[in-house]
Write a protein that binds this ligand. Structure first.
Ligand code: AMP
Length: 417
């Protein structure tokens, strides 16, 4: 048997209601905030990601699915959306000339990671991006949008971690201070962190190694290097969240893995997830459009991992009931009436009823049995007698009552059932 590749999974019909419920919430809530959907290709020129996410990031370094296509072009299956979305905006002149553009997306993403609970090689993200706005209000809006979605899904127990990386200038000052401090402990740092010391020292702050964390506990903090403007900006974001009764926890170690962030960064965490406890995150990226060849377009956004949202919903008992696939089962006594039963089925479907007709050449009795098994609310019987009298019989499967109606009554079926 050929199996699906490691780290991928089939989403089966039994699970689809949960997916559709989440998608429905995304669609509804983003609409209320005025966000429009965008869909872009699932593969891009590798440059889109290597030029934006950063050569030193885990994603570019070791997780991208990159290959040369038959035309010799270097292609990457998208590992995240922000860079691809920015590429699409530049190409299609969206958010051009500083106009506010609010976009959302949903789709599959690909990272060559070690699969474990909540971590896949093909996974799905929903995200929203607010383009052209540089205000702290826009940061607060995207956090507020994220929280509104979490609440609408019925998730009450989660943590919002938030931090500011400050302006490029203040981050540069901090980077130097941190490097000077960490250099003293270089040989004690984990291998990954030693490498990051030259490529991206800020990433060492969220290292999972205990030894690294011990060293970091005495390191200078980002907050101490912030210039007044960055500080004031962050305070305004927090002020709005407080006014909205959104609880948050400031974490000066939160830097997130990608190079393009500045100022506000945030992450949503849940205790229901185990080691992979982050189910969403985002931040401000003011320089990304320019990095990809566009005009200066300060922007902010976030993404949720859909598989992780599903794990949380399952764990708190909020999975969707699978709904009844059929309302009415049409039973025919003779194959010569199959065309007629199809016709009746179409009339019923035009009244928004879910209809089953036998496709397996079952006997009259087996069709009855099956309609019970399928939990159909009604069976509609078309047999010799009924046809002769221009009638059909309708049996309520719950009460067992059966009544006859003239065929004209089909157009008013909703008044009968
Ligand atoms: P990131 O783009 O790394 O900030 O990730 C945003 C969210 O996507 C995370 O919080 C996860 O919920 C989800 N995510 C990232 N990588 C994976 C993965 N390999 N498998 C499943 N979900 C993921």
């Amino acid at each position: 048997m050929i199996r699906s590749p490691r780290g991928t999974k089939d989403i089966l019909p039994d699970e689809i209601n949960d997916w559709q419920n989440i998608e429905d919430v995304f669609r509804r809530i983003t609409k209320l905030f005025g966000y429009k959907e965008i869909r872009t290709p699932i593969f891009e020129s590798t440059d889109v990601f290597s030029r934006s996410i950063g050569e030193s990031s885990d994603i570019v370094n070791k997780e991208m699915y990159t290959f040369e296509d038959r035309g010799g072009n270097l292609i990457t299956l998208r590992p995240e959306m922000t860079a691809a979305l920015v590429r699409a905006c530049i190409q299609n002149s969206l958010a051009n000339r500083g106009s506010l553009e609010k976009l959302w997306y949903f789709g599959p993403f690909f990272r060559y990671e070690r699969p474990q609970k909540g971590r896949f090689r093909q996974f799905h993200q929903f995200g929203a991006e607010c383009l052209s706005a540089s205000t702290p209000e826009s940061d607060a809006e995207v956090v507020n949008l994220g929280i509104s979605i979490i609440k609408e899904l019925g998730i009450n127990d989660y943590t919002l971690l938030i931090n500011t990386l400050g302006s490029n200038e203040s981050r540069q000052v901090y980077r130097e201070q941190l490097t000077t401090y960490l250099k003293k402990y270089e040989s004690d740092l984990s291998e990954d962190s030693q490498r990051r010391l030259t490529t991206n020292p800020l990433r060492i702050l969220d290292s999972k190694s205990e030894k690294d964390q011990e060293i970091i506990s005495d390191a200078p903090t980002l907050g101490e290097s912030l210039d007044d403007e960055s500080k004031g900006r962050f305070d305004k974001v927090l002020e709005i969240l407080t006014e909205l009764d959104i609880s948050f926890s400031i974490s000066d170690k939160l830097v997130r893995g990608l190079d393009y962030y500045s100022h506000t960064v945030f992450e949503f965490q849940s205790n229901e997830l185990g080691a992979q406890d982050s189910f969403g995150g985002g931040g401000r990226y003011d320089g990304l459009f320019e990095q990809l060849g566009g005009k200066h377009t300060p922007s902010v956004g976030f993404a949720f991992g859909v598989e992780r949202l599903l794990l949380i919903l399952e764990s708190i008992g909020k999975s969707q009931e699978s709904d009844n696939p059929y309302d009415i089962y049409i039973i025919t006594g003779d194959k010569k009436y199959s065309g007629f039963s199809f016709k009746v089925a179409n009339i019923l479907r035009s009244k928004n009823l879910k209809v089953y007709v036998d496709l397996m050449d079952k006997s009259f009795k087996s069709q009855f049995k099956e309609s019970n098994k399928l939990n159909c609310k009604y069976t509609l019987i078309i047999a010799e007698n009924e046809i002769k009298n221009n009638m059909f019989a309708l049996k309520n499967m719950k009460t067992g009552e059966q009544e006859e109606y003239s065929l004209e009554a089909l157009s008013d079926i909703k008044e009968i059932i």
